[in-house]
Ligand binder design. Structure first.
Ligand code: PLP
Length: 409
């Protein structure tokens, strides 16, 4: 039982794909005293984080910051742009796509859930051609929005968002494009403006290296326009008042001051030119993903994502052999080695576990995670083809990082 008195020796290895470990530099920034959210210093902080987060989303348009988890920002994206009964085309990449679809239905829009049959769609990114075909068939433009998940955290597959944009354009369809990049942002490449996304939803506790508690809607002019006539009830989530007050760095309600200190620090870390800026960040996570997958392959285990172009730089899903309960392996690893791994969710519960390589990591934190996995798999009686730890060491040693490894200075 975890209590505040629970202090195991050394460092806990939080290798789930979010929340990700919060670096000391961010914890220190968040420990500053809470200030008056209507006072003069606050406006400067507000403007600083709003500018920083725009750079992370790669957008010139407003980004709304909510004191809520990612789920709140999912609701905000839909509530601001849609009317009761509107038809929304959503794509099933995995458990998070399914949860967003459930939320949309509860909110009072009609959803159509497109995807490959069975578990096959949970092993790949979005198949953009299916979206194009469906939109071409929608001659009356009944579909008001297309919703996809950028990085499907339940499986470890990253979708090509530009391909989805092109599919919508090829069908000459006016639907809004809404993207969940809750776990992708700040670890996997993401370009809100260049990819023509109308609303991007994200959260604090994944690639941004912050604790849970704030989430985002990155907007585009077309989404702001849609929000003026959208009829779903919205009050707390309504963009208009927030965007207006944000112009001077303030919010209509009490914002999450200490998390905003952390966000300011996170933006500095992620954008730091000495470490390659955002491109450097993406390159580091691609390389860590390669190293972890080299390890999984050496064990002789299957990777949940079976489409190489969609391998996630954020996490890797590992399928356990038939008859081996992945959750029992996770439990053993947690109890013996104080290492937390992600559980299989929804359709793949018990069949796989997830190793996070998002947020604040380095070669050795990942080597520790792989060592814990390898010891645990062996203790659970899984026959491994070889040493994943050795293979990952060979990969990391043989492939020096293209830019400096450490984000924190
Ligand atoms: C974590 C996550 C969510 C849910 O966010 P919460 O902060 O738990 O509400 C939604 N979508 C994706 C892809 C996620 O990774």
């Amino acid at each position: 039982m975890l209590t505040l008195d629970f202090h195991p020796t050394g460092r806990h290895f939080l290798q789930i794909p979010g929340p990700s470990p919060v670096p000391d530099r961010i914890l220190r920034a968040m420990s500053l005293p809470t200030i008056d959210h209507r006072g003069p210093e606050f406006g400067a902080l507000g403007l600083r984080v709003l500018k920083g987060i725009q750079q992370i989303f790669q957008t010139k348009h407003p980004v709304v910051i909510y004191p809520a988890s990612g789920t709140g920002a999912w609701e905000a994206a839909l509530a601001n742009t849609l009317s009761p009964g509107d038809l929304v085309l959503m794509y099933e990449t995995g458990h998070f796509a399914a949860l967003w679809q459930k939320l949309a239905s509860r909110l009072g829009v009609k959803t159509e859930f497109l995807g490959l049959p069975g578990v096959e769609g949970w092993r790949k990114g979005v198949q953009a051609h299916l979206i194009e075909e469906r939109l071409k068939a929608d001659k009356e433009h009944a579909i008001k929005a297309v919703c996809v998940v950028h990085n499907e955290t339940s499986t470890g597959a990253t979708s090509n968002i530009l391909a989805v944009r092109k599919a919508i354009d090829a069908a000459k369809h006016p639907a809004l494009l809404m993207v969940d990049s809750i776990s992708g942002l700040a670890s996997a490449e993401y370009k809100h403006d260049e990819w023509g996304v109308d609303v991007t939803v994200s959260g604090s506790q994944k690639g941004l290296m912050l604790p849970p508690g704030i989430s985002f809607n990155a907007l585009a002019p077309k989404a702001l326009e849609a929000s003026k006539s959208a009829k779903l009830p919205k009050a707390f989530w309504a963009w208009d008042e927030i965007v207006e007050m944000n112009k001077s760095g303030y919010w209509p309600y009490t914002p999450n001051t200490n998390l905003l200190y952390g966000l300011a620090e996170a933006c500095d870390m992620l954008l730091e030119p000495a470490f390659g800026g955002l491109e450097g960040t993406f390159a580091r996570h691609r390389r860590w993903g390669e190293g972890v997958r080299a390890g999984v392959r050496a064990w002789g285990l299957e990777i949940q994502c079976n489409e190489a172009a969609s391998y996630s730089p954020v996490l890797t899903g590992v399928i356990t052999p038939e008859g081996v309960d992945a959750d029992a392996v996770r439990k053993l690893i947690y109890e013996r080695f104080d290492l937390s791994l992600g559980t299989g969710l929804g359709k793949v519960k018990g069949r796989m576990f997830r190793i996070g390589h998002l947020g604040d990591c380095n070669d050795l934190t990942l080597m520790a995670a792989l060592s814990g996995c390898e010891m645990g798999l062996k203790l659970a009686g899984v026959k491994l083809a070889g040493s994943g730890v050795q293979a990952a060491m060979d990969y990391f040693a043989g492939h020096p990082a293209p830019v400096a490894l450490q984000k924190a200075a």
